[in-house]
Design a binder for this molecule. Structure first.
Ligand SMILES: [Mg+2]
Length: 494
């Protein structure tokens, strides 16, 4: 068989569209890994975001209505927030920041701050997540929370809420309402009863894990969800796509439920084995001694069981702090982040490519015109230096040139403004792209870069990349790179 005919042998080797790639921040050789661990919710199992978040929103709304709050007219707006936004609980704002933590876009309630107000409020502010003032919304589970918080800030400003609260207490109320155990339990009960409505099946995910298992990797599931929910969801999403007589349980060497991540990575919690279908627990004072299904525990016990060091294990999750930041920081596990919105983001960027080229060309012309204007201004200033006699003619020529450049810049701005506005509304009309703020990387992009060795839109993208591939990090660009090197690098990445 010719090598080129591999696609005919197995269509899964066909080149995937760009949005289904796996992107590399730090070189990672899949072949040398000994174990791959997975989070479940929004990693192995994807939910129809609007269906799930609309239900979660409804639970909070009904709970607040029960407290007498005037929330009967509130409706979940899936466009009001994106992943990676940060709540300023002191001022009741939701903001998007760049990679340095400077705030580039802000909403108070559901209204955008105008340019001057934003500058007055935040020009001297850098986000520091150690300060309880800021809460970052890093998962898809937080979209409903951002939305209802923004809407409630509007009500609070109109003094329509029956309780006197500050913006921070209002945020705590929303957070506590959704995380109340019974609320989460009810929601999960609804999902187990009607998984078709909520779960977005992907037949390639079990296939990708099967490839990895057959390549000799230990496959782990480490989830914060409980046993009943995990069993129902995994069975629904995996069993139908696995070979006959195989269920999801045979796929995994180790299943850990109720893991309490992120504490799982640093903690010393004891582990219990689940010994019956109903979830009966048996203590394991000697740690994890064999494959099976366990509750709680900690990452040290996993490493001991696998006889692995941190760098032998890849952990794949969708939560930048709970899954990826802690596993890397504390255990030095290798990390992969799942960001489903990347698919829409990359599609939008691809569609906008022509306009982006025009925008970049116009910005280049504006930069050049501004340099010329600056030089003319300096020439005028030097010409006017006391004691220096300047021919009137020279002065008039300079003034005329300055006016001409100013007009040129104004004309360019007229062309640039609508294109820049369109670029700022890609993916989301309020917040724009996930990974960028204007020309710069977003705060989220910086976190991804720091904590995730690789990132991708979904686990099934591993199907094409195979368990034997080595990902090499991108050369990256720096502002001082010679132009030719920059374009060479861009070409290489295309
Ligand atoms: Mg998750």
């Amino acid at each position: 068989m010719e090598e080129n005919n591999l696609n005919e042998l197995d269509p899964s080797f066909a080149q995937p569209p760009p949005e289904r790639g796996i992107f590399c921040n730090r070189t990672l050789n899949l072949r040398s890994l000994r174990a791959i661990g997975y989070d479940m919710d929004y990693t192995l199992i994807h939910y129809h975001i609007h269906a799930w978040e609309a239900r979660a929103y409804e639970y909070v709304r009904l709970s607040l209505a029960g407290r007498g709050w005037p929330v009967q007219d509130l409706v979940f707006d899936p466009d009001l927030a994106i992943r990676g936004l940060i709540v300023d609980t002191r001022l009741g704002n939701v903001v998007k920041a760049n990679r340095f933590g400077y705030i580039k876009r802000a909403y108070h309630g559901t209204c955008p701050l105008d340019f001057d107000t934003q500058r007055r409020t935040y020009s001297r502010t850098i986000i520091d997540l150690n300060d309880r003032r800021w809460v970052v919304h890093n998962t898809l589970f937080s979209l409903s929370r951002s939305c209802i918080y923004m809407q409630l800030v509007d009500l609070m400003d109109r003094q329509a809420l029956p309780e006197v609260l500050g913006y921070a207490e209002l945020y705590d109320t929303v957070r506590n309402t959704l995380s109340q155990a019974h609320m989460e339990g009810k929601l999960k009960g609804e999902i187990v009863a009607a998984p078709k409505r909520f779960v977005d099946l992907d037949p390639d995910t079990p296939a990708a894990l099967l490839d990895q298992k057959e390549a000799g990797k230990k496959i782990l599931l480490i989830t914060n969800s409980d046993w009943a929910y995990t069993r129902a969801m995994m069975s629904y999403s995996f069993d139908r796509f696995l070979p006959a007589a195989m269920t999801w349980r045979e796929l995994f060497d180790l299943v850990i439920i109720s893991a309490r991540k992120p504490e799982f990575f640093a903690g010393t919690s004891p582990v219990f084995e689940i010994v019956t279908e109903e979830g009966l627990l048996q203590s394991c004072p000697a740690g994890i001694q064999k494959s099976g299904i366990f509750m709680g525990g900690n990452a040290s016990l996993v490493e001991e069981f696998l006889h692995c060091h941190g760098s032998d294990i890849l952990y794949v999750g969708d939560h930048i702090y709970g899954d990826v930041h802690q596993s890397k920081n504390v255990r030095r596990w290798r990390t992969a982040l799942i960001l489903r919105e990347l698919e829409a983001e990359i599609r939008e960027l691809t569609e906008f490519r022509k306009e982006q080229a025009v925008l970049s060309e116009l910005m280049g012309r504006k930069d050049e015109a501004e340099i010329q204007l600056a030089r003319l201004r300096l020439a005028q200033q030097r010409a006017g230096r006391i004691g220096r006699s300047v021919p009137g003619e020279t002065s008039a020529v300079l003034a005329k040139s300055i006016r001409r450049r100013q007009q040129e810049i104004a004309r360019l701005d007229e062309e640039i403004t609508p294109l820049a506005r369109a670029a700022g509304q890609l993916l989301n009309p309020h917040w724009g792209l996930l990974m960028r703020t204007g020309n710069d990387k977003s705060y989220l992009a910086r976190q991804v870069e720091r904590h995730a060795d690789i990132y991708s839109s979904r686990v099934s993208n591993f199907l094409v990349q195979t368990p034997f591939l080595s990902f090499r990090s991108h050369r990256g660009s720096l502002p001082h790179d010679p132009l030719s090197a920059q374009s060479w690098d861009e070409e290489e990445s295309n």
